[in-house]
Write a protein that binds this ligand. Structure first.
Ligand code: SF4
Length: 367
């Protein structure tokens, strides 16, 4: 049997991917625009049909060939016989009394991940919190996802789909589109660099969702080498560092990744990132009762921020079953913030959301 040029190219691509964590099928969502065009021309279809498919894939956010209603039935059947169309589905939806919506998504291979819609209606701020991996390898001791083995990285289209589905809920429930996207769900995004940059490319492209990269924040537990790589690539998104302690001994106790990426190396990488990109950086600091909420911790944090200018978000902890940590008490939180302000640090406190549902990262997928 003689294979077409397109089929040979895909066969070679599949062969070269044999050791990579990629689907072995001819996945339409991983094709380049030029390759889709090549397939259409080879099959004798006009060029504009390829553009229509591309538009369905990345602008309109279709989740199957059947949704491509301006294509004939026979063309859709042709596409189905040539390409697979992996997409994600909402498996469980939980609604909190504060408006937060937590979603458990099922991937094409049965794995489960999480995404959250965090609405702040009065500020017209609709934030999607998305996952970057199935599980996580970093084992932070306060995190429910840390209990889940890392199964695999997400593909760019799986990141895109989370945003698409959360946006649909935002429109349906609040009549407002998403205003922000944060990578603070399951997984360490910088350990899936190609997956997240792929997804972000499709979300920000003019022929994709055309979302401003300035509205996207990638939150990392701190992989210095990858922060520098993002800087060299001159990415346009913002970076948040999950700091949680401004002293190496304490940070290593809750975040083992700190053993290879200590505060000095992170400070150095962040400085490089700011210098190369000019993008915003933020420090996230979950306040854990009697662990990192002492006045001394606040002074260490203030000193770290003075050396590495960034916004600070203090986050109230969402209790995780089986974890020794609890959220800092109100008076300790207030004293911590006062100490930061006394040291001239600008700080925002993010209230815990969705406490009546499984809102902590990893809780729902863990069930
Ligand atoms: S906090 Fe983030 S990096 Fe740490 S275990 Fe949880 S998901 Fe992984």
């Amino acid at each position: 049997m003689r294979l077409s040029a397109f089929a040979v190219k895909n066969l070679n691509q599949r062969k070269s991917n044999i050791f990579a964590s990629m689907p072995k099928t001819n996945d339409i969502r991983r094709q380049k625009k030029a390759d889709i065009l090549e397939w259409f021309l080879e099959k004798g279809h006009p060029k504009f049909r390829a553009n229509q498919v591309w538009e369905w894939l990345w602008k309109k956010g279709a989740l199957s060939f059947d949704e491509m209603t301006n294509l004939s039935l026979s063309l859709r059947e042709d596409l189905k016989s040539e390409f697979s169309f992996p997409s994600i589905q909402i498996e469980t939806e939980q609604h909190s009394i504060d408006g937060t919506v937590k979603l458990r998504f099922e991937l094409h291979d049965g794995h489960l991940i999480e995404g959250v819609l965090i609405p702040v209606v009065e500020e017209k701020r609709m934030t999607a919190c998305v996952s970057s991996q199935v599980g996580c390898s970093l084992s932070c001791s306060f995190c429910a996802t840390g209990f889940l083995k890392r199964e695999r990285n997400l593909y760019g289209h799986e990141i895109y789909d989370q945003v698409q589905l959360i946006n649909e809920i935002s429109l349906k429930k609040f009549d407002m589109p998403l205003s922000n996207i944060v990578f603070m769900g399951m997984g360490e995004p910088l350990l899936n660099y190609s997956g997240i940059t792929n997804g972000i490319d499709r979300l920000t492209a003019e022929d994709g969702k055309n979302i401003s990269a300035r509205r996207i924040t990638v939150s990392t537990a701190g992989i210095a080498k990858m922060i520098k790589k993002a800087a060299d690539d001159e990415v346009r998104w913002n970076l948040a560092l999950s700091l949680h302690a401004a002293n190496d001994e304490k940070r290593s106790r809750i975040m083992p990744i700190n053993d290879q990426n200590d505060l000095n190396s992170l400070a150095d990488a962040l400085q490089y990132f700011r210098h190369k990109t000019g993008n915003k950086t933020t420090f996230e600091y979950i306040l854990l009762n009697q662990f990192n909420d002492h006045p001394e911790d606040a002074r260490e944090l203030a000193a770290f921020v003075k050396r590495n200018p960034a916004l600070i978000n203090i986050i109230e902890y969402n209790q995780v079953e089986g974890v020794e940590f609890t959220s800092a008490k109100k008076d300790r939180l207030n004293a911590f913030v006062r100490e930061l302000v006394r040291n001239d640090v600008k700080v925002t406190v993010r209230k815990s959301r969705g406490e009546d549902i499984d809102a902590a990262c990893g809780q729902l997928a863990n069930k």
